[in-house]
Write a protein that binds this ligand. Structure first.
Ligand code: DSN
Length: 432
């Protein structure tokens, strides 16, 4: 970044500091990851200069012959990866991808049934402070108090009672896999659309380590920057057998094309202007990486590390929501440890262990305090860490959380964290 250094030393030095922060610390936020240098190069390319409103071959601007090919590459790679019939790679983020889903399938005031935010759901799944909860009649299902898991019988009863027009699946803090077939049966029973937001688990789903929602959901949305390890952005997909999937609920002919066209229009001009072609190029690169064999090895390692870390936490007396994890994250309920999520996040942060405080189901603390923390393995697995390191990270976190007022302990842990990070430098483990 020599040019930036000379041209704008102020911004350059802040980027340097942030890179150093990422390099020296343990990134354990479940929704973060480290992209390859190739993905970064694509994002920093001349494609940022190009306006390309519309779709490949149907643009509102001239000069799109190369960006058309780039966007087609991204769409084709995503189709192969997820066995999808239709893909739109233009959403700027997961939230805008979700906005397009609402615009396509619901009218203002109609009813959505989604996972409660405090039980692991997402703001865009009907929270009253989000456009989804403001515009639509959002109703919620939650996890069972006994198991910390979704109970399909309870969800079915709720759906039958409130008769939603759309049911959403997907979460930002749910450590278990979903039974998409059961959700689909419920959606069919009550005549609802079924939407899966797979933002958190797009990586393990792509590599078949978790169930694939595409054969069951009418539409799937995702971000591209979490477990999928691409640039910050969103994507929409419809499964290969979408014709059958959509047949029962399509308003006119039921043709798949109908729904994909509606979704395309909901992205642009419905909710967005010009697509970010440099980010779409980076999505193409990341999707190309995800099609390589070593991406499956990476995802396997993410899940193995997650299970190992969860087991160590439980040995250390921590209460994990649902008693463990199937995926890349765990939700640690700190109520038996006499520390709030906020206190834990702050103390761990001082030791350069970055996590986020998180509500746990049936939490009595406010969202600013919380009783839990969410911990994820994707980012440090990208740096090459394995079960041995994740076992030690759980122990280091325990040291901090049990002595969170002791600066001595925090500094001791911080120095071990730096030593471990030095052994797994950022980007040395990313080959592209
Ligand atoms: N903010 C993301 C997360 O951390 O899960 C969800 O959008």
């Amino acid at each position: 970044m020599k040019r930036l250094k000379d041209h704008d030393p102020e911004v350059y030095s802040l980027i340097e500091k942030e890179t150093e922060r990422q390099n020296n610390g343990m990134e354990l936020i479940a929704s973060e990851n480290f992209v390859s240098k190739a993905v970064m190069e694509a994002m920093g390319s001349s494609l940022t200069n190009k306006y390309a409103e519309g779709l490949p071959g149907k643009r509102y601007y001239g000069g799109c012959k190369y960006v058309d090919i780039v966007e087609d590459l991204a769409r084709d790679r995503a189709k192969i990866l997820y066995n999808a019939d239709w893909v739109n790679v233009q959403p700027h983020s997961g939230a805008t991808a979700n906005a397009a889903v609402y615009l396509t399938f619901l009218k203002p005031g109609e009813t959505l049934l989604g996972l409660d935010l405090s039980h692991g759901g997402h703001l865009t799944h009907g929270s009253p402070v989000n456009f989804s909860g403001i515009t639509y009649n959002a109703q919620f299902y939650g996890v069972s108090k006994e198991t910390g898991r979704l109970d399909m019988n309870i969800i079915r009863d709720k759906a039958k009672k409130i008769k939603p027009k759309m049911i959403s699946i997907g979460a930002s803090a749910y450590p278990r896999d979903f039974d998409y077939e059961a959700f689909r049966n419920i959606a069919d029973e009550v005549g609802a659309f079924l939407w899966m937001d797979m933002a958190h688990t797009a990586g393990p789903i792509a590599t078949k380590l978790l169930n694939n929602p595409l054969p069951y959901a009418h539409v799937v949305s995702t971000t591209t920057h979490k477990t999928l390890r691409g640039p910050r952005g969103g994507m929409l997909l419809i499964g290969r057998d979408a014709e059958n999937t959509l047949g029962k609920v399509a308003p006119k002919s039921g043709r798949v094309k109908m729904w994909s066209e509606l979704l395309d229009s909901a992205v642009f001009p419905g909710t967005q202007g010009g697509p970010l072609m440099h980010v779409i190029a980076a999505k193409a690169v990341a999707l190309g990486e995800a099609l390589q064999k070593d991406f499956t090895t990476y995802q396997e390692q993410v899940l193995k590390n997650s299970k190992t870390m969860a087991a160590r936490f439980m040995e250390l007396g921590y209460d994990l929501v649902s008693g463990g994890t199937d995926n890349h994250l765990m939700l640690v309920d700190l109520r038996n440890k006499g520390i709030t999520g906020k206190e834990a996040e702050d103390a761990l942060g001082r030791a350069d262990l970055t996590v986020n405080k998180n509500m746990v189901p049936f939490d009595t603390q406010s969202p600013f305090v919380t009783s839990g923390i969410r911990v994820g393995t994707p980012a440090m697995t990208t740096r090459g860490m394995g079960p041995e390191e994740f076992t030690r990270i759980a122990e280091l976190m325990d040291m901090v959380m049990t002595s969170h007022t002791s600066e001595d302990v925090i500094q001791k842990v911080r120095s071990e964290v730096h030593g471990m990070c030095e052994r797994f430098p950022l980007y040395d483990f990313v080959t592209a």
